[in-house]
Write a protein that binds this ligand. Structure first.
Ligand SMILES: Nc1ncnc2c1ncn2[C@@H]1O[C@H](COP(=O)(O)OP(=O)(O)OP(=O)(O)O)[C@@H](O)[C@H]1O
Length: 464
């Protein structure tokens, strides 16, 4: 353990004060924080107020003996390490103590050196154990959102919201362009919540005609409409104690918006064609790629429903705005799709990856994944190169220079011309991206720091 850790605490339990005196001084000198107890009873009392890393106890004591002390600590303070001190006559009992969970034993009269050695080992054990706990929790951390790839600040902020919101039953509204991973996030919220053992029931409100959607959501009674041959539970009932994921909520008809609003307010509903009021306990996660605020303004979406849904908003940014996530996703999908197809793992050439990083990805992660899947199948070599990329991604910004430039007798200043051209292109990229250096750098095929260095060197002003 490094010196910055708090000192290891040791409780020495012995009924003979002389032994105690010598032991305590010696152990303290080595940097341990030592407490003493003259009986098992006192030890238990002390452990109520302090937590000890290590208990060093005599085996034979009047009243509670060392085995009793051991039994108490393994029960009440399983983290504490117990070491037995024993005379030759009771070595067998000490061995028995080891079987019952003691860390080690020492025979009396124990030399201080021996004691320190055992303490050192115990300390090492404690340190390894806590490292192990840490590693395990880091693993959990990693696996918690194992299907969502991305380390950009934007994604990290989303992970933090997921974590916080998963612990509650609050309604969540996930917005973002198509293919940004909204459904994946809805899944993460559900599977990290206390409802994880109960169903997550998704429904795409945009894909189902209104009449059908109503009965899908709320269920129907026999005879409610032609074709309703028997009673049927809706998704809300099926999701009882779980989560309902209402995808494409922005496409819901005004009539259903009213019914959904009532459900959100009262948590009760009637099946289509039914009069019995049904109560269910579900958490609602809704998602849309529409700008709901705009939809509210134009009267397509009820404002009151919008407020009910937008309790915790999660906005998923488009892929082109997630700094550094594209290479992570590319490698992840390459691995996944090669594995799925039983192919040896393929790599991607740096230059090809550069193109992918510069592309705008209007279809976001879905488009990226589909493209990688196709390339895995189509590319014949084990490294994907620029020629394997679809033409739309390979296209370059058209060169602003004409095909042929005359050079007169007087010659030209090549350096100056190139410098001017470079300046113009940099300014154009900055103008196009509203001065956002990150995006401008991408347009220019530079990394951000290179662009910033160039701006500084050339003393260029970022256009307003
Ligand atoms: N961060 C990510 N890491 C790994 N895979 C992702 C990520 N984001 C999206 N995907 C994958 O991309 C595809 C599209 O994601 P998803 O369906 O969650 O998007 P969406 O925003 O709900 O899309 P839509 O609005 O069109 O319904 C899925 O196959 C999903 O697994």
């Amino acid at each position: 353990m490094s010196p910055s850790h708090p000192p290891t605490t040791v409780l020495v339990v012995d009924d003979s004060p002389e032994t105690l005196q010598v032991l305590v001084e010696g152990i303290q000198e080595e940097g341990y924080q030592v407490e003493v107890a003259a009986s098992g009873k006192e030890a238990i009392q002390k452990a109520k107020d302090h937590s000890f890393d290590i208990v060093l106890t005599d085996l034979v004591m009047p009243g509670m003996d060392g085995l009793d002390v051991l039994a108490h600590f393994t029960q009440a303070h399983p983290e504490t390490i117990v070491i037995m001190l024993t005379g030759y006559a009771t070595v067998e009992t000490a061995v028995e103590a080891m079987k019952r969970g003691a860390f080690d034993y020492l025979t009396k009269p124990a030399k201080l050196d021996e004691i320190l050695l055992v303490l050192e080992r115990a300390k090492e054990f404690i340190s390894l154990r806590s490292e192990n706990v840490l590693l395990k929790s880091q693993l959990q951390e990693r696996y918690r959102f194992d299907k969502i790839i991305g380390q950009s600040p934007a994604m990290q902020a989303i992970y933090r919201v997921i974590e916080r919101v998963a612990r509650t039953d609050t309604t969540v509204l996930i917005t973002g362009e198509s293919g940004t991973g909204k459904e994946l996030i809805a899944n993460a919220v559900h599977y990290n919540s206390q409802r994880r053992e109960r169903p997550l029931v998704p429904i795409n409100c945009g894909a189902i005609p209104e009449e059908l959607l109503e009965s899908e959501l709320f269920g129907h009674e026999k005879g409610a409409f032609t074709g309703a041959l028997k009673d049927r539970k809706g998704r809300f009932e099926l999701a009882h104690q779980g989560t309902v994921f209402l995808d494409e909520i922005g496409d819901m008809s005004p009539k259903l918006q009213v019914k959904l609003l009532r459900f959100l307010q009262e948590r009760t509903f009637e099946r289509v064609g039914g009069s019995r009021t049904i109560e269910v306990d579900v958490r609602i996660i809704a998602a849309t790629n529409k700008d709901l605020e705009k939809e509210v303004e134009t009267g397509n979406f009820r404002e009151d429903l919008y407020f009910r849904l937008n309790v915790i908003p999660i906005h998923v940014p488009p892929l082109r705005e997630r700094e550094g996530d594209i290479p992570l996703l590319v490698h992840y999908f390459l691995r996944q799709h090669c594995l799925k197809k039983g192919l040896p793992a393929k790599k991607i050439a740096k230059e090809a990856l550069d193109y992918l990083e510069r592309y705008e990805w209007p279809g976001n992660v879905r488009e990226l994944e589909n493209m990688i899947e196709r390339m895995v199948i189509l590319s014949e070599s084990d490294t994907i190169g620029v020629s394997d990329l679809p033409p739309r991604i390979r296209k370059r910004i058209p060169s602003p220079a004409p095909d042929r430039i005359e050079i007169g007798e007087e010659g030209i200043d090549l350096k100056q011309i190139l410098e001017d051209l470079e300046n113009k292109l940099i300014l154009e990229a900055l103008r196009k991206t509203g001065g956002v250096k990150n995006q401008a750098a991408k347009l220019l095929g530079l990394n951000r720091t290179t662009l910033i260095e160039k701006l500084k060197k050339k003393k260029l002003e970022v256009p307003a």
